[in-house]
Design a binder for this molecule. Structure first.
Ligand code: S3P
Ligand code: PEP
Length: 427
């Protein structure tokens, strides 16, 4: 479908079961593949990013059985490093596949080629490669320096002490952490400078602990991991619902009124993006948490603008940028420089498309300020092959104005059924 026009939605209500978390699905798949034993994963996400991880693992000799609905996967682990592949590993635009596999493939023996979509070749990986090279890895850039595609000639990873930069993506540290237990010696990883998107490190440490590996976390400044370990399968794991995917439904309730309850993510969730609901609360919505759900109801007063550092929830922060269209005043979202190196340059894309619906936008190097117009305008929103642009702009329909989303199929990266599920809460 070239485009999808959403007609005005005057209120929302209902209960939604959110599909599995991308961040958890791809971490669990990788550790299940490295582990000793068989892991049955339930509520796995069925989306492009996970499909790329599964396809790569299959080429690397990992055997798994996927149910017909692709949500249950039984993975037989390699009890150590992955096998070799003569074929290039095509990883699409999945950061959670490209970064962790780059580190994990250095552990074994053999040659690998890691490729992806053109945008993946514009997403940096140099900080991870530098750290892996310092541990003895042989990695070659097949295109531009510091970017995929990559060639890896693996011969195991050494230990000792290594530094890694965390100011562009936390995925570099995640990748190194997940590979570290299989290194030849004990490893101390020190974060060199600032660490962005910190809650994703908690997801990583949580999944590692499920597979029997403890990491000594010295206040996110350094991490100590024993080498020569083997991940142990926990037998079965259920993937939580995706907290970033939940944000669109929760925001809808805050904007349009009615109550929406999202199942799959709750107070007990390990995902930092559950904290998106705190931002809605600051804007004036009523939020209730259960262990496995979050429920939002619009407050009695109109939403009000916020001025916040949202570095800890970079994905859900995008949802605040379009929620701001419904808040009184100017909303500022700060400390989000790395929006520029994700599926598209999200700061620039967001500013351009918000202006099309009439908003007054200031785009800074690492912030965005959004002031809503008196009246939203109908526009055809370009989505830049970025699932979150498509999902965020669906919120514009919660007004008197329709919105047209170009290339709505781009939600397949993390949420193929998004528009169908969104339609179920429209009243
Ligand atoms: O580790 C992860 O699962 C992720 C980390 C975040 O990336 P950065 O650390 O690059 O901000 C996030 O934006 C991405 O969608 C998923
Ligand atoms: C940044 C994102 O993806 P990736 O895992 O490819 O980094 C995202 O899903 O918003």
């Amino acid at each position: 479908m070239d485009s999808l026009t959403l007609q005005p939605i005057h209120s929302v209500a209902g209960e939604v079961q959110i599909p599995g978390s991308k961040s958890l699905s791809n971490r669990i798949l990788l550790l299940a593949a490295l582990a000793e034993g068989t892991t049955t994963i339930t509520n796995l996400l069925d989306s492009d990013d996970v499909r790329h991880m599964l396809a790569a693992l299959s080429k690397l000799g990992i055997r798994y059985e996927l149910s017909d609905d692709k949500r249950t996967c039984k993975v037989t682990g390699a009890a150590g490093a992955l096998g070799t592949s003569d074929l290039p590993l095509f990883l699409g635009n999945a950061g959670t596949a490209m970064r962790p596999l780059t580190a994990a493939l250095c552990l074994g023996q053999g040659e690998y080629e890691l490729t992806g979509e053109p945008r993946m070749y514009e997403r940096p990986i140099g900080d991870l490669v530098d750290a892996l090279r310092a541990l003895g890895a042989d990695i070659e850039y097949l295109g531009d320096e510091n970017y995929p595609p990559l060639k890896i000639r693996a011969n195991g990873l050494g230990g000792g002490a290594v530094k890694i930069k965390g100011n562009i993506s936390s995925q570099f540290l995640t990748a190194l952490l997940m590979a570290a237990p299989l290194a030849k010696e004990d490893l101390t990883i020190t974060v060199d400078g600032e660490l962005v998107s910190k809650p994703y490190i908690d997801i990583t440490l949580h999944v590692m602990s499920l597979f029997g590996v403890d990491v000594k976390n010295n206040d996110y400044q350094s991490f100590e991991i024993a080498g020569q370990q083997t991940y142990q399968s926990p037998d079965s794991i259920m993937v939580e619902g995706d907290a970033s995917s939940a944000s669109y439904f929760l925001a809808s309730a805050a904007i349009a009124g009615g109550t929406v309850r999202v199942y799959g993510v709750g107070a007990d969730s390990v995902q930092g993006d559950k904290r998106f609901a705190e931002v809605l609360e600051k804007m004036g919505a009523q939020v209730t948490y259960g262990p496995t759900y979050i429920e939002v109801t619009r407050g009695e007063q109109p939403l009000k603008a916020v001025d916040l550092d949202l570095n800890h929830i970079p994905d859900a922060a995008m949802t605040i940028a379009t929620t701001a269209l419904f808040a009184e005043g100017t909303t500022a979202i700060r400390n989000i420089y790395n929006w520029r190196v994700k599926e598209t340059d999200r700061l620039s894309a967001m500013a351009t498309e918000l202006r099309k619906v009439g908003a007054d936008v200031v785009e800074g190097e690492d912030f965005i300020k959004v002031t809503p117009p008196q009246q939203l305008q109908h526009a055809a929103i370009d989505t830049y092959d970025d699932h979150r642009m498509a999902m965020c702009f669906s919120l514009v329909a919660l007004s008197d104005t329709p919105v047209t989303i170009n290339d709505p199929g781009c939600t397949a990266k993390t949420f193929p059924e998004y528009f169908d599920l969104f339609a179920t809460i429209a009243k």
